[in-house]
Design a protein around this ligand. Sequence first.
Ligand SMILES: CCCCCCCC[C@@H](/C=C/C=C\C/C=C\CCCC(=O)O)OO
Ligand SMILES: [Fe+2]
Length: 665
Amino acid sequence: MGRYRVRVATGNSAFSGSNNQVQLWLVGLRAEVELGLRLRPARGQMEDFEVDVSEDLGPLQFVKLRKIHLLIKDAWFCNHITVWVFEQSMEEKEIVFPCYRWVEGDGIICLPETTAWMIRNESQGLFQKHQEEELKARRTLYGWVSWKKGIPLSVAAASEKDLPLDARFHEEKKVDFERTRVVGVTEIALKRLYTLLSSWNSLEDFDQIFWGGKSALAKRVRLSWKDDDFFGYQFLNGVNPTLLRKSSSLPTRLVIPPGTEDLKAQLERKLQEGCLFEVDFSLLAGIQANVIQGERQHLAAPLLMLKMEPDGKLLPMVIQLQLPGSDSPVPPLFLPSDPSLTWLLAKAWVKNSDFQLHELQAHLLKTHLMAEVFAVATMRCLPGMHPIFKLLIPHLRYTLEINTRARTKLISNGGFFDQAVNTGGGGHLDVLRRATTCLTYRSLCPPDDLADRGLLGVPSAFYAHDAVRLWDIISRYVQGIVQLHYLEDEVVRSDPELQAWCREITEIGLCKAQERGFPVSFQSRDELCHFVTMCIFTCTAQHSAVNQGQLDWYTWVPNAPCTMRQPPPTTKDVTLEMVMATMPNVHQACIQMTISWHLGRFQPDMVPLGHHKEQYFSGPGPQAVLNRFQEDLYTLEREIVARNESLDLPYEYLKPSRIENSITI
Ligand SMILES: CCCCCCCC[C@@H](/C=C/C=C\C/C=C\CCCC(=O)O)OO
Ligand SMILES: [Fe+2]
């Protein structure tokens, strides 16, 4: 018996309130009581009321709530319920029941109090029963589907409309996304009109559709894209810093034609000096090129060799556009000393190939689709009271919707890839399949990946430096939360939901990825922390590193052509007509610019890394861990700002304030 003060907190997004009435129960260890209230929750409001309860409820464990609709069903977004208990001779006690979900229909929803997972073993199985019922419902809502064979599984939803309400964009996000689509489509139409009667026979003609440049760096790209150091820089710190690796030997595919022995000597010297690097696009070899509006597009599978200069500049040394084969046993090598247009076209072929692997492998597969697997497995295996659910859920916001939209608008039949990209038309799916077969656990963990690629400690590798710093900061955050909940390794080993989550990701979502180093169980807190750190890094920092740069590096189309309309050159006499006949046409270029802007622009409702408002945990322990996380991020922010001040090209994509807390675009 005692007095209770109850606070009902409603979300702040549009339509979060409800005209329906809400009924509440308090459920204690010894009894439960219906509060006899009928409140209508209002958007952004916290509504308090007090009740005297005659029964002895015992320690509160759940709040139960139900929305009652007479005529119209009006979903309600409940943030949380907080209860203060005033009991005789005891000081006031605050108990929080997090929700952060839509309350639809008229079923009863059970909210466990925030520390429930810690006391679940002593509470007569009440929590166990709740967890089982919750997961049974979630497994119905969040199903797996194989969208295309050979790539990670996705959420079962034909379009975003089929997703559960809790996975949908909130109104503000939806309105902004749709508005941007309309702006983009309008811009393409206006540019088509504007260029109908104009020439398209010089590289400067791309200016006609480069309206104002969507960023300062995009304007710099337009001015400097032809420069070799600017070209090389992008493989270290551009929109795709994931392919560059330090050479340990001359690649076997690099057949040196007779008469170019001095080139071989230069390469070997750089190799010996430890400053030879390579980017190999062999993954594209043999991929079927797209046919766009009846016009066959073309693909290459380049190898690019670069040398790291003492001043940190990365300069291209040689480009081989095709793998040696029966029809071309010694493919021509293109050199910086070639005629300027020849060398420029060879570099353009490298950047077109980089566009394919960046968007399909680094961006779509290694961030978006990985995050989707984490999201579906989390919803299917971890109950809301589980500490790893609470840790991860803020980093999974909106990902299922943005990925579903990608499947219906970008990589679908007739989508962006089919309309304007030379791997479109089905080749893009083969690239995804090939990339999936070489998707290792190590490649998703920067300390391992960058070590394997020889990029640790390279002074001008700013992505590498910032990625390792962020990994360490996120790792400390994860360890802080894990150590509060798993007091020894045995607790990890004997957590059935956690072990099921791990297996669901590796064996189901990633289609038996244990062969690629992914775990099928966690034997220790360290193993758990490493994996969860990878999940959060992938959903935040890594996506930021490969998404934001689309706006800066892809809106000046010649710097990263989305398609190539003529075959790669096989001789050195390249004309401007050949270059313009190869580069994307006006329509394709307009589409690339618009999509790159749509996907790379700053999201107006973005939540910066570590600054989500939802409080799934409560108590001083988790809050102190989160506070330390935010302090570490702020320290890194200041470090990056200071470093960037001395750079001609600041590297901004891993500045914590620019990293979104989840993949939402
Ligand atoms: C610039 C090429 C992008 C290739 C795919 C990159 C990975 C996925 C991407 C997610 C996009 C999701 C939805 C975009 C949908 C439509 C865009 C606007 C066109 C339209 O709506 O018609 O990561 O950001
Ligand atoms: Fe993205």
